[in-house]
Write a protein that binds this ligand. Structure first.
Ligand code: ADP
Length: 606
């Protein structure tokens, strides 16, 4: 027997979440909704009831009744209809404007919340393509797909307003022309079934489109990114990029065409049901009026009540489907927000002073990967020691740093600082220990100064010294706005495009400016030749002074001045010692690599 898969409940949790968010942040928005709900109810009821009396009184005048007796009622009814309509329109304009302003506020609020989540989530998620996909779904889902908080609350209060309206007109119909009720309700049930079918088709395609859109967005972004200008021209990758973008654009168009094709028959059936419903309704009240069972005023009241009942019920059903659909989209945000952080965060504080780093039998493989990157790594780094980590590409050098900085937790063994497992330290405290410059460091389109200082305390003198130490001061002084010059031209036409070397120096300044006791350079110089790299590392080594320093490189030019060298190979530390010790190991890895690379720098490195 086939088991039925239980569907996840999304609408109620999402709705609750939206109501809570609105109540907590902008409770004033409920005033706007109260105005809209009450005016909608009031206008419907006043229109229907006043019209009946208006028509009946006019008929009485036409049939020869006393004008002075009937005219005042006609005038009161007309004034009521007009007055309520004007008041409604005025109040609705104010309420809608309030909603629009709060809608913008909530859009920005969620952009910030989403970024906050991305910044605070375990680092491993940021390297997981599935997380990226989920983040896009969360963004789209909370954005224009659902309309966000205001979009969903609009549906919710629309339903409430229509429930009130329907209750009012049902009372009128039950008293005047009761058979209209089943006609309207049955036709509505049928239409609901078919509308739901066509909505289910749309939701199915939304999920598929999210992935297609991400791929399309990626190619589109790559094509228009000026940074790719060289590759696009020199490798003639334009054709390839365009055809990929075309492919995903075609997929999008096909998906929309499929939605229309599959939902068309349901739209047609709904139209036919509408026609039959109208015919039966008019026939029934027409017969009542002709048989003088109801007055002409009652006839018009029944016609508009039937119409209000149908459209009210339709709006409730449609609103429920829409709210379900919108919550389905926005639920992606709730799901993303609920991605748990698996890393246990301790609360221990670090004591200022000397720090000893220990790797004890550390083994690690990346999530979703079977292969161990590091096995049984044992290493001790003492305060002030300068360690060089070398090995071929893919040997696990960066992974070693990621583990030390606790971007990932070790799988086996433990890393200790000052004798305590690093998991027991408070995250913020622990991160302060390190100033790291990664190979793929990021500079932002802020000023040169802000790129270096980031979250540290501003100190002009210290900034100047740092720039001087890194050999960037003279270049910085030549810039139009000196340290205040924006890096990159994309957001500031007065910005500057730094050379590769200047960018690396800026990243190095960032590490120097931060007074962390442990500094790490993870090959930020990969684009430079071995001699230039040697110069930067040597200079950095002098600048670092008594701090603990770890340098990563697959080149050995940056090792000679270090106290110790750890050679990573075959998933572990294969050789460990000083330059002189390692160079003398017969058939040693380091000795072999050194001999192979020596020609680059033998005459230059002293
Ligand atoms: P190195 O810094 O020595 O060049 P890495 O530490 O970057 O080496 O990589 C070691 C191995 O781990 C490589 O095989 C690499 O493909 C793999 N690896 C690196 N990052 C990830 C990741 N986020 N997920 C899965 N595998 C990874």
């Amino acid at each position: 027997m086939r088991k039925r898969i239980k569907k996840e409940r999304k609408t109620i949790p999402t709705l609750k979440f939206m109501l809570k968010t609105a109540l907590k942040n902008k409770p004033q928005i409920f005033i706007a909704y109260a105005i809209l709900t009450l005016t909608a109810f009031m206008q419907t009821m006043v229109n229907i009831i006043s019209s009946k009396y208006l028509v009946d009184e006019l008929v009485s005048i036409i049939e020869g009744g006393a004008v002075e007796q009937h005219l005042p009622v006609v005038i009161i009814c007309a004034a009521l209809i007009l007055g309520v309509s004007m008041l409604t329109s005025l109040l609705n304009t104010v309420a809608n404007q309030m909603k629009e302003v709060y809608g913008e506020w909530f859009n920005e609020y969620y952009e910030v919340q989403l970024s906050d989540k991305v910044m605070k989530m375990d680092f491993e998620h940021t390297e997981n393509p599935d997380t990226l996909d989920r983040m896009n779904k969360a963004k789209d889902g909370m954005g224009w797909y659902s309309g966000g908080v205001v979009g969903i609350l609009n549906h919710f209060f629309d339903i409430i307003a229509n429930i009130l309206k329907v209750a009012g007109v049902i009372t009128i119909i039950a008293i005047t022309c009761p058979l209209l009720l089943p006609i309207q309700i049955i036709s509505l049930i049928l239409i609901t079934i078919f509308t739901k079918k066509s909505n289910d088709i749309e939701i199915k395609y939304f999920k598929k489109l999210s992935k297609i859109n991400r791929m399309f967005g990626y190619f589109f972004f790559q094509m228009s990114d000026p940074e790719n200008g060289k590759e696009t021209r020199l490798f003639n990758s334009k054709e390839m990029m365009c055809s990929k973008a075309d492919y995903y654009a075609d997929e999008t168009v096909d998906a929309f065409a499929d939605v229309s094709k599959h939902s068309l028959k349901y739209v047609l059936i709904s139209d036919i049901i509408n026609g039959v419903r109208d015919g039966l309704s008019y026939l029934y009240i027409g017969i009542l009026a002709l048989g003088k069972i109801i007055t002409i005023g009652d006839f018009t009241m029944c016609v508009s009540s039937a119409s209000s009942l149908y459209w009210g019920l339709y709006a409730i059903v449609n609103g429920s489907v829409e709210i379900h659909k919108a919550c389905d989209y926005a639920y992606e945000y709730l799901k993303f927000d609920a991605i748990p952080n698996a890393m246990v965060k301790g609360s221990n504080k670090l004591i200022n002073g000397e720090h000893i780093i220990e790797f004890l039998n550390v083994s690690f493989r990346y999530p979703r990967s079977e292969k161990y990157v590091l096995r049984n790594v044992n290493l001790t780094i003492r305060q002030g020691e300068h360690l060089s980590v070398v090995g071929v590409n893919g040997a696990g050098k960066t992974t070693f740093i990621k583990l030390l900085c606790r971007m990932y937790d070790v799988l086996e063994g433990e890393i200790r600082i000052d004798g305590i497992n690093i998991k027991e330290y408070s995250d913020d405290e622990y991160r302060k220990l390190f100033a790291v410059v990664f190979q793929d460091f990021s500079l932002f389109a802020f000023s040169l100064k802000d790129n270096i200082i980031l979250n540290e305390k501003e100190d002009e003198k210290k900034l100047e010294n740092t720039l001087k130490m890194a050999g960037l001061y003279d270049d910085a002084m030549k810039l139009e706005n000196k340290f205040e010059t924006t890096i990159f031209k994309s957001y500031d036409e007065k910005g500057t495009e730094l050379s590769g070397g200047q960018q690396q120096k800026t990243a190095i300044c960032r590490a120097l400016y931060r007074d962390s006791p442990i500094v790490i350079l993870d090959e930020p110089t990969a684009a430079l030749d071995p001699i230039a790299e040697y110069e930067i590392y040597k200079r950095f080594n002098d600048l670092v002074g008594g701090k603990t320093a770890i340098y990563i490189s697959h080149r050995l030019s940056s090792c000679k001045f270090c106290d110790r060298i750890a050679v990573f190979a075959d998933d572990t530390i294969k050789e460990y010692g000083t330059h002189d010790e390692l160079i003398n190991i017969k058939d040693g890895i380091y000795a072999g690599m050194y001999a192979a690379q020596a020609e680059y720098y033998i005459d230059n490195a002293s």
